[in-house]
Design a protein around this ligand. Structure first.
Ligand code: HEC
Length: 149
């Protein structure tokens, strides 16, 4: 019985979270803290400031700040940068040239990277995960995005 129970626990741990269960607070925030915070945390400039002098901040390994639900979702469905998160994190499966986005490598090493990408995809919604420029996203694309808090 013990073996069976342990097997079950391990299986449950290995199963990806159900799509509707993925939330910012429970799943995305911890990954963000591990993988993104050092460059997009509270010491990073806000978007406006970053855009004023991007080269300067890039040289210092700082991207625009994304340290809250609102400031992260700005790069998912916000009017100015919608789709940026998908463009940057895609593994190349959805990009025109087959190259991964330049933040993909920050998702972790090998299996962890895959699992974290999967988590972000489930958070956005599997059928909402498209790689498009902000201006190419239409109302339908935007309405599919879940990105629950
Ligand atoms: C080593 C530092 C570093 C890490 C770690 C990092 N980033 Fe970045 N990120 C940057 C820099 C610098 C830029 C701005 C330069 C650029 O656009 O490539 C950027 C840009 C971005 C953009 C585009 C912002 C825009 O203006 O459209 C997104 C989205 C993004 N990062 C998401 C993430 C996510 C999500 C993670 C964690 C999985 C992450 N980044 C990890 C440094 C980092």
């Amino acid at each position: 019985m013990k073996g069976l129970f342990q097997g079950f626990v391990m299986l449950a741990a290995a199963l990806p979270a159900l799509a509707q269960d993925v939330t910012y607070r429970q799943h995305i925030r911890p990954v963000w803290e591990d993988q993104c915070e050092r460059c997009h945390g509270s010491s990073a400039p806000n978007y406006e400031t970053f855009m004023g002098e991007p080269k300067k901040y890039e040289a210092d390994d700082k991207g625009p700040r994304m340290d809250s639900y609102e400031s992260l979702v700005f790069f998912v469905s916000g009017p100015r940068e919608a789709g940026a998160l998908m463009r940057r994190l895609d593994d190349g499966a959805n990009t025109k040239d087959g190259q991964p986005g330049n933040m993909y490598r920050h998702l972790g090493r090998s299996d962890k990277r895959k699992a974290n990408l999967q988590l972000f995809k489930q958070w956005i919604g599997e059928d909402a995960w498209v790689v498009k420029q902000t201006g190419e996203l239409n109302q339908e694309d935007l309405q599919k995005i879940k990105a629950a808090n």
